[in-house]
Design a protein around this ligand. Sequence first.
Ligand SMILES: Nc1ncnc2c1ncn2[C@@H]1O[C@H](COP(=O)(O)OP(=O)(O)OP(=O)(O)O)[C@@H](O)[C@H]1O
Length: 672
Amino acid sequence: MAGALQAPRSCPPKEEKEEEEEDQEQPEGGKEQRVSEEEGRASAGAAEGGRGDEDVHVEWKEGEPVPFSHLSSTLDRVQGTSKRLEIISIVTAALSTVRRLTPDDLVPFVYIMLGRVAPPFKGLELGVGDSVLVQAIAAASGHETSKIKEEYKKVGDLGQVAVATRRNQLSLSPVRALTVRSVFEAMKSAAAIEGSESVKQRRDIILCLLVAARGNESLWITRILQGKLRVGLAEPSVISALAATFVLHPPASSSSSFPSPLPPPSLSPEEFKKESSIATEALKEALAQQPCYETVVPILLEHSYQQLPVLCPLTPGVPVKPMLAHPSRGVSEVTKRFGNKTVTCEYKYDGERSQIHWLEDQKVKVFSRNSEDTTGKFPDIVELLPKIVEGGGVKSAILDCEVVAVERATNRILPFQILSTRARKNVQLSSLKVDVCVFAFDILLLNGESLMRRPLIERRQILRQNLREVEGRFKFVSSIDPTSPEDMEEFFQVALQDSCEGLMIKSLEGEPSQYAPDKRSREWLKLKKDYIEGMVDTFDLVVVGAWQGRGKRTGVYGAFLLACYNSETDEFETVCKLGNAKVPEGPNQPDVWFDPSTVWEISAADLSLSPQHTACYGVVHASRGIALRFPRFVREREEKGASQATTSQQVKEIFSQQRNVQSGEESDASTS
Ligand SMILES: Nc1ncnc2c1ncn2[C@@H]1O[C@H](COP(=O)(O)OP(=O)(O)OP(=O)(O)O)[C@@H](O)[C@H]1O
């Protein structure tokens, strides 16, 4: 699909400027506040594809629905900068206005900015197909669909096509201005539609939105429906802005250090910065436990952010963001990292991360690494769970597990590729072709009580005491608590013989061994065969473009362009080409750009500086990015979304580690 990708960055990132607290919107008091969109109007014309000629002047009174143009002009402004702190500042100002005038609309405002209508585990996804959007844009503008398709091919951005074709409309009977809530509800119902009439129904909903849209609104409506805003607005920035909003506007009754509904004039820039970062951490913690803005935001409206993590407890049925591990190069590095700490070594099974919830009403829910509901994929686990909790007095539980394909006759572990052949939804127990065994390695909640702050040694004991193994179907992970590096080395070899990827080495006692949701923690190290043999890690990269094959390969792609994900700017940065076909030298210009959605695991010989690739451009070298050398396809990572790909920050870290090792090797060599 031509140009559907946010173009990978081809120039060095601009230097981040210090956040200018003066930029933060200054709150006003009073009942009859009216907010003008002057600023939005001013910037709308400058925005990409914007219609600066059209009046988007909107005012709203306290308690009235937030006009959609408030969100649209916020996105216009965000699009005008690539500086993260500036983006946070713009979004904070926009959210602050909503917070003061119509706080009930904060949740839809936030969700729309994130390109979502619900948390991932609710299974309501936007991402309307381009063909439906083309039809709706054609109907809204009075053009043929062929004309819209042609424009799309030329411009490469359907949002801009929606704005440009609207410009040619002659007259329409006046329609009511869109509100954030009405757009949100319309998008939610479009996402929920199923069945044979769904395409038509979805098209009609979108048509209504486009007809009512003014100015740049149709640009944003189209992009939101496509599931990509392409303005560098990643979720961490939205979280920081939401946190700053509540530092500026805490609830009147809150016990925070700033109890008034208005920030005291004495709030210095330093205090604001400090409080904002405390609030951001609290908000992240709460969202890791309850990844659900409709739960968290109403609590923020009533209570201080300091209380947030306590007020958003783990809840069976709501997925917790999983704790992740850091790669390590070998047993000696692991031993050095943990020093005298007690650790445990567990098999690293090659399966699918699954969080299994046992609810009080005896229902079972299974969630993926991305917090998606995968219960429909595992009817065998649903059937099994009552046997696991039987007799142990378990009323509710949240288990962290790896689900692995096994050969039922021998219970031998099978490669991940076998598991990936199982359908993703509506799997019937009677027609299962792939058998699985659940390997449980952690328990986060038992009988309503969160165990995350307990040391792993206790959680492990609770897990093993309260749940029952069923041979070949539900097992506790194989583990040892090593007393020497040799123990670890030996266990690593045994794990490989048992068809595992390697080991997970985890801190076992004390505070460091607590469960840290949503963190890639150094208290969990992963040790894989590949790391020891060569590269420190494989990379999960997004396929962003391709070159057509030539000669024998005509008709198929001959090479692919792969990218890592910059989680700070929400951009994909190219890091290597994969394939045999010769591709032109110079800046990467593939024949086709893809939507960033497919993730491949790639191994490589090492990392090097590259003038062609944009990963970490200007970060480790003024005019070079980082590239993978000799990349090799390992497998598709179906369970990962584009934003779960290896981040640019991780690429930089691995590059630095490699440099350290290389300079260590050089000095070793020079002393020998
Ligand atoms: N005993 C175990 N403890 C924790 N995780 C395990 C274990 N066995 C297998 N795993 C899997 O290994 C993964 C840990 O690696 P990491 O945290 O880096 O996730 P990842 O990005 O999916 O990495 P990888 O590509 O190595 O699977 C877990 O997400 C889980 O799926």
